[in-house]
Design a protein around this ligand. Structure first.
Ligand code: GRF
Length: 204
């Protein structure tokens, strides 16, 4: 069997996307291994998920570092020490620095709860409800130096209903997040993702 793709997963909160990645790995539909989970929030519920599944984790508190560069240098060190081949941002509530992006060029993925380039930044679901769009969804993309601007790998659309609130729409979108994030990671593991400028081609 080919070597499993080594993941580092960065979280700040609930970690339901982390859970879906763990579940897909455990049931064999994702050929990867989570080498390390890193949270910048000591109270993140995702850390309980790490413990439950016996996955190593580290907490890096924002306040313990002089600046963003020092924080990110430590992140990079931990990820490299663990042999991480693909960095997964899963609700990681920090903008990462250019040095971090350089250290893992083309090897950082994020999931965003809207159909990019619509509604980047915080509260993508609230923005969609307030704008009145009829469809929204989620986007898995590679990370570049902008906020939610990197090359798009997979998107999934869901309807926005007349009586939706931010929460009801977020729940509908989250189901799709849990489906497409593991799928995008498996495509990477299979060597099927080719980045050409802004575009990601899925081979075969
Ligand atoms: C998700 O909505 C994701 O799209 C966004 O942050 C949220 C994380 O949720 N980037 P969870 O922590 O994975 O449950």
């Amino acid at each position: 069997m080919a070597d499993l793709l080594k993941l580092g997963v960065l979280i700040s909160g609930n970690g339901s996307n982390l859970q879906s990645i763990i579940d897909h790995i455990e049931k064999g539909s994702l050929q990867a291994v989570i080498k390390i989970i890193i949270s910048n929030n000591p109270d993140a519920y995702g850390l309980s998920r790490a413990k439950k599944h016996g996955i190593p984790f580290v907490v890096l508190k924002n306040g313990n570092f002089k600046n963003k560069e020092d924080f990110d240098a430590e992140l990079v060190r931990i990820l490299k020490d663990n042999g991480v081949e693909l960095v997964i941002l899963a609700g990681f509530m920090r903008i990462i620095s250019p040095d971090f992006i350089k250290a893992f060029s083309g090897k950082i993925m994020n999931i965003h709860p809207a159909l990019l380039p619509s509604f980047p930044g915080l509260h993508g679901q609230r923005q969609a409800v307030e704008y009145g769009v009829k469809f929204s969804g989620c986007t898995v993309h590679f990370v570049n130096e902008g906020v939610d601007t990197g090359p798009i790998i997979i998107q999934s659309a869901v309807p926005v209903l007349d009586d939706d609130t931010e929460d009801t729409l977020a729940a509908r979108i989250l189901k799709e997040e849990h489906r497409i994030y593991p799928q995008a990671i498996q495509l990477f593991a299979d060597g099927k993702l080719e980045i050409k400028g802004r575009k990601v081609r899925i081979k075969n």
